[in-house]
Design a protein around this ligand. Structure first.
Ligand SMILES: *Cc1c(COP(=O)(O)O)cnc(C)c1O
Length: 361
């Protein structure tokens, strides 16, 4: 069976070389005589898999010594609870509201404290990132929460807010490892693995040491305490072992192909190819303010819902799959994560040109 170009927003495309290696190691990892899936998480082999995955992620993102890396479960969504449960001291948080993912995070945080929306792009259906120069932070806010790349609307922060010393928490589920970041600018970074890293089921948290305290809110379940996971090396209970193994292979693959700077270059080229075409097209148009366009999730539409539907259906027949926009916004969305090859974006643009020729004449 020929592989398709999979533009899914998540779970999403993985590097073919990684899938091939996983296939080769499926029945026996090294000399173990068993699959990683069948291995005790307390085994020497698995300990070295998780240690290596962490070390490689640290190298890729130049994570400073005073940050811990945690491999957790529950998706990015559970972080919407864990972050306030662990970081709330005054029980107040400032949000930059950029769509569905901050909406959900606010809903959770408001169960435990006060949520302030200090900026929002809701007035124009979240098609832009609010101006970051005019923010005013709340005196008692424990931290500032942003979603750095909005997977649904296709927006991206191209710079970070200057939080005036307040802890910055970033949901990087759909942009982690796609562009260089300065980890020191953040108190906490979290990402579900299934967009740009590995299979669903693993969640990565990068957290500054001093935020790992016993000051979590009363009744915080043990499993939701960063301190416990940090103390236990992400092995308080059985971690998502196979997912961590695949994440580790993806990290190795990234390192072998030039690391984040090279990946960023490729991502810029892929995104430019698609956006340049969108800007020149008389049929399709991008839906996001140009300066705030995502490199990972490219949202676009025609002026007709019927045509949008036809496009998605015909594209699928050509092996260009999962191009339907999120159910809440409609239109189309091409997720072009790290593992989407340049050729995939080329094939998409060629097909869009063909579709445009047929439907504009
Ligand atoms: C997908 C996504 C989430 C939700 O992730 P789950 O792993 O399904 O909980 C949260 N934030 C962003 C930015 C996402 O893209």
């Amino acid at each position: 069976m020929k592989r398709v170009y999979n533009f899914s927003a998540g779970p999403a495309v993985l590097p073919e070389a990684v899938l091939q290696q996983a296939a080769n190691e499926m029945l026996s990892y090294g000399n173990s005589g068993m699959s990683v899936m069948e291995m005790s998480h307390r085994s020497k082999e698995f300990q070295s898999i998780i240690d290596q995955a962490e070390a490689d992620l640290r190298t890729l993102l130049a994570i400073p010594e005073n940050y811990k890396v945690l491999f957790l479960q529950g998706g990015a969504t559970l972080q919407f609870s864990m972050v306030p449960l662990n970081l709330f001291q005054n029980k107040e948080v400032d949000f930059i509201h950029t769509g569905a993912w901050t909406e959900k995070a606010m809903e959770e945080a408001s169960r435990y404290g006060k949520v302030n929306v200090i900026a929002s792009s809701e007035d124009r259906s979240f098609t832009y990132i609010p101006n970051l120069d005019e923010l005013s932070f709340s005196k008692d806010a424990d931290y500032v929460h942003i979603c750095q790349n909005n997977t649904i609307y296709g927006t991206r922060f191209t710079s970070l807010p200057d939080t005036k010393g307040k802890i910055l928490v970033s949901d990087m589920s759909s942009n982690i490892l796609s562009e260089p970041i300065d980890v020191e600018k953040f108190g906490l970074i979290f990402a579900g693995a299934q967009k740009n890293i590995g299979p669903a089921g693993t969640t990565i948290v990068i957290i500054r040491d001093d935020l790992i305290t016993k000051n979590y809110l009363e009744h915080t379940p043990l499993m939701l305490q960063y301190k416990l996971h940090a103390d236990k090396g992400s092995m308080y209970n059985t971690p998502p072992t196979y997912g961590i193994y695949i994440c580790g292979l993806v990290f190795k693959h990234l390192l072998a192909t030039g690391g984040i700077p090279a990946m960023y270059e490729r991502n810029l080229k892929k995104a430019a190819l698609l956006y340049d075409y969108l800007d020149s097209s008389n049929l399709f148009h991008g839906t996001v303010q140009k300066a705030d366009r995502s490199l990972m999730n490219v949202t676009f539409k025609t002026d007709s819902e019927d045509l949008d539907k036809q496009f998605v259906t015909l594209a699928k027949e050509k092996g260009l799959v999962n191009l339907k926009g999120h159910r809440s916004v409609g239109g189309m969305r091409a997720s072009i994560y790290n593992a989407m090859p340049y050729e995939g974006v080329m094939a998409l643009v060629e097909f869009m040109k063909e579709f445009e020729r047929e439907h504009l004449s």
